[in-house]
Write a protein that binds this ligand. Sequence first.
Ligand code: ZN
Length: 462
Amino acid sequence: MTAMSANGSRRARRRGLGERWVGSVVYPLWAWREHPGYGRWRRQFERSQHWPAERLRAWQEERLRGLLEHATARCPLYRDRFRAAGLDRSSWQAGWARLPLLTKADIQAHGAELEAADFPARERQRNQTGGSTGSPLQFWVDRRRFASRLASTDRHNAWAGLRPGDWVAEIWGHRLDLAEGGGWWQRMRRDWLYRTLEINSSRIEPGDWDAYVAVLRRYRPRFLVAYARAAVEFAEFVRQRGIEDVRFEAIITTAEVLLEEHRRLLEAALGGRVFNRYGCREVSVIASECGAHTGMHVNSEALWVEVVPAAGLPAPWGKIVVTDLLNLSMPLIRYEIGDVGRWQEGDCPCGRALPRLAAVEGRTTDFLRLPGGEAISGPALTLVFADLGSVRQVQFVQRGDGSLRLRVVPGAGYGPEAEAEMRRRLELYLRGAVPLAFEPVAAIASEASGKYRFVVQEAAPA
Ligand SMILES: [Zn+2]
């Protein structure tokens, strides 16, 4: 196999005829038929991303008011919670913080009480997440909501230069998102509508990356959309093999914490700029980077996002809490996603007033707990080994008694000296508060969902 593609060019490729045809004819026709309202939302979001902060705020409050009226009238759980918090139509803004957060456990236990009464069955669609705990989370999405979700995603894709019709390499791990097998119809839809070249990161086997590189050489996508950790694995493969003709204009990383060292690796090995994104299946895209790469702009016209202080989390970090302003069949109000983040202060050089999340530090479970109640971000702590060549990958395991085990995938030269150096660096944070042991391992598996865990919390021994 030759290392270079047909014309040997590593320069940015122009949009081909097929890409323009799909983007300007096939995709709009499909969206018009499958997701009525898409075009209107797309134009709306294109305009409103440039609105000043006050106008955005007014838009959000108007929708929030409508949502609360709807939810308290139609959903028993919200009616009870608003009453218990002493909130009514006139006082919800002042008493908002008293409204309890909606947890995944709430949805699992009280899903039926969250469904809006009398919502037409044909106008909603059941959806679910795989759930990292093994129990899937089921929820309803308005059929009409898919139009605005798609329009939001397309707007945020456009910030990275990605437009409908463009070929996209996708390294994705969520089984629910991947059509297994695939007959001629699936292939038709892939080639003439979605234009995604997928590989399932939750089960990469020897030879899979080679086969994938062959696919990429054939289609030459200019964009990569990937789970952050899976993209890093691919970038390492590309670098180790000395592959120089698999290059992208932009890399959209999502679903996981993106470490700065990984951003640098991706940009060096695969070319293009990294556009980090944060989202979840329940509400679709939550925030993503613009061309300024200084934090992720929130998808504010569709979502009301809060960073709520929580015990054990050092300020300015807090729990990320989301209210979906546009979904009515099963409203999610003050929904606690289970991630930790913080706001980016100041104005973005791009001029958009959409607020920015500075960083998402991982799930609330990605934090190490110290006996004094302090929490340390696992992803951030991973960085202290960034310059150690003898360490390829690490994962913290914290037991119920607080003790820590550091799983290490050793690199060249790993040994007692490397462990002593790692211990020295970690103790600056741990300060002898918890016992620490090392466990060299051959590999660290992702979860069934394909996501990578920085910290594994083990139950206390019985
Ligand atoms: Zn910006």
